[in-house]
Design a protein around this ligand. Sequence first.
Ligand SMILES: [Zn+2]
Ligand SMILES: [Zn+2]
Length: 313
Amino acid sequence: MVVMATKRQKCTKCSKGSVYLRVYSGEHLCRDCFKSSIIEKTRRTISKYGMMKHGDTVAVAVSGGKDSLSLLEVLSRLTSVHGEKIVAITVDEGINEYRDEAIELSRKMVSKLGLELEEVSFRSLFGFTLEEALDMRSDQRVSACSVCGVLRRRAIDLAAEHMGADVVVTAHNLDDFLQTYFINLTNGDIGRLEFLNPGFEAQIDIPRRVKPFIEIYEEEIAFYAYLSGIPFQTLPCPYMDEGIRTEIRSFLNNLERRHPGIKYSTFNTALKLTANPLLPRRRSRRCERCGHPSSDTICSTCKTIQLIRNSHL
Ligand SMILES: [Zn+2]
Ligand SMILES: [Zn+2]
């Protein structure tokens, strides 16, 4: 819930006019102090979990939405201080119109920041677009989001490897984290919990994957993008899955409205639980077909591609 304060209210930090009331902390913030608080929180998260090291090449996965474009902008400010090299990656899944707009927004932001951009597409990497893959699939229970998610992840990894990246950065925020956490709690798959912990590092998963916005509420990132004049895609994906994630999202937002700060305290509980040594550990191994890290003998990318190709034969 974004609470816009009136201009007459003074900023708690500098006494300029406030534009935002951070309900869970009681702070009134002016435009500059709000923006600085997001940049500073990102810097602290990176340092707290050791997400980047000096001299790293950092590949940022940019979708064209508010989270990834804001992240790119924030990181480019931070790394000019810390010396990491930032590169950007966009993936064209092949979703007509929707993706074209997002790629254009990503290109503009990357060029404004003077960064390098690696563009990859499902068609060039896998031989089909997402739309073609969905038409080909025989089993309609396999959702568009699960096919897209698995292939996007691989596309990002391949692009990052191609750019010589040490770290892959994604723009998942605190709300995304909590939604995935609750989905895992409800589907009985306790083995996935450890992957959620920001300190988790698979032994053979290179480059590392990190989420510098993981301690920031989604609504605050949206407000950061708005205050910074970052143009982003607002059109929802035509394949968006209105599944349990949407219900959990609104459940958590309702709780937060009535109990400000409850998302943070739930996040802190989740951090402890996902780092608990009593959780079953999945052995890191390599996929027998493609050699990428996998928790099974055949990785989810190879299984997905097989499913699509088989149903086409
Ligand atoms: Zn201020
Ligand atoms: Zn594989």
